[in-house]
Design a protein around this ligand. Structure first.
Ligand SMILES: *Cc1c(COP(=O)(O)O)cnc(C)c1O
Length: 369
């Protein structure tokens, strides 16, 4: 099979080659390739404007953005963080790797986000934060979560890795909670090859993040904190600046793809889309559909059948993070029935900038036949 004949679930967007080549030319003159250079500064500024947030710090990738966002809050070791298991493993790993304990809350069937009505019963004396996920760009109930957090004096950190450019009631999604993290990995809607960011409200966190991403170095002979190295380099920042110029076209393309899928699959028995929220401007990052029990075959059978046509859908997110072998049995008592249901019925179909109409028609025909 030719590699180019495959239709994968996603395909990284690229700016025109000449644009990127032109953008990186000055680096051959300055030899300043990393350590908060001109592109790092420019991208932080442009992203703040684009995302409509007060504060933003670029990080080497989305996972480190999550780890450092947790660490910048200065939680005591062993603190509990209420989160969901219906996500990429990074979310759970970041909590555990930061010396904190994940406490799993169930999700809502209608959109896969945290079930805010089940958060309070999980709060204990050790709870320090809530870490919900805007999964597939579906927006969590930010208002209810805010209420619970302020009532119990908890921090809220959103995993917004899927939610670049999403707006809720006209606001950039990054303004909610104490902080949000974004991933700029090559497979995400907006990318810097590898990269990520933390957005937040309080300016004091900018300095903390700067320390955490640069060894805590404040001067030639001064190390203020035990920081990591999680800086974004200039090539990645330049890629981000190029991609940002084309991001609105990318959203338009994605929306067209999404509408085509809806048109062809809406009335297929047993195929269900997540509920759309009229208060949300979507980024059409993914095309998750539920393969319900009245579909003519199981989710796995459909997944395998698509594979025979060189169409590589994904079972995002299966298994649940807490069922992964690295966590085996540790969290088996968590009550996450809805998350389990979604995980065993979901399939994510190909959707990316450049995916042609004919390919979508072919995919839908196979799903509907
Ligand atoms: C991609 C992703 C991350 C991690 O981002 P990277 O940039 O790949 O490190 C974290 N959480 C979720 C939900 C993701 O999809």
């Amino acid at each position: 099979m030719e590699w180019k004949d495959r239709i994968n679930v996603t395909k990284a967007s690229l700016p025109p080659y000449e644009e990127f080549a032109e953008a990186i030319r000055p680096l051959w003159e300055s030899h300043l390739l990393t350590n908060m250079g001109i592109y790092h500064e420019k991208l932080e500024k442009e992203l703040k404007g684009y995302l409509g947030v007060q504060e933003l710090s670029l990080i080497v990738n989305g996972h480190m953005a999550l780890e450092l966002a947790l660490q910048m809050m200065g939680f005591p070791e062993g603190g509990e963080v209420i989160t969901t298991p219906f996500t990429f493993v990074s979310t759970t790993h970041a909590i555990v790797r930061s010396g904190l304990i994940p406490v799993f809350c169930d999700v809502k069937l209608k959109d896969g986000t945290i079930d805010e009505t089940k958060i309070e019963r999980l709060i204990t004396k050790k709870t320090v934060a809530i870490l919900p996920v805007h999964v597939y760009g579906n927006v969590c109930n930010v208002e209810e979560i805010e209420k619970i957090a302020s009532c119990y004096k908890l921090k809220v950190i959103y995993d917004a890795a899927h939610a670049f450019g999403v707006k809720y009631k006209g606001n950039g999604i990054g303004i909610y909670g104490d902080a949000s993290i974004f991933s700029f990995h090559a497979t995400k809607v907006f990318h810097t090859i590898e990269g990520g960011a933390v957005t937040f409200r309080e300016h004091k966190y900018y300095r903390r993040l700067y320390n955490l991403k640069n060894f805590g170095i404040r001067g030639e002979e001064l190390v203020e904190e035990v920081g990591a190295n999680a800086k974004m380099n200039e090539f990645c920042a330049a890629m981000g600046l190029c991609n940002l110029k084309h991001i609105d076209d990318a959203f338009i393309w994605r929306q067209k793809c999404y509408n085509l899928y809806r048109k062809y699959l809406n009335d297929v028995k047993g195929i269900k889309f997540f509920e759309e929220n009229s208060l949300v401007n979507s980024n059409y990052a993914y095309l998750p559909v539920l393969i319900e029990d009245d579909y003519r075959e199981s989710r796995d059978e459909l997944y395998n059948r698509l594979g025979k046509y060189n169409i590589f859908a994904r079972k995002y997110f299966y298994p649940l993070t807490l069922d992964q072998i690295c966590y085996m049995d540790k969290y088996k008592d968590a009550e996450v029935n809805n998350a389990r249901y979604l995980s065993s019925h979901i399939i994510t179909l190909p959707l990316f900038e450049g995916l042609e109409r004919e390919k979508i028609e072919k995919i839908c025909k196979i799903v509907a036949e």
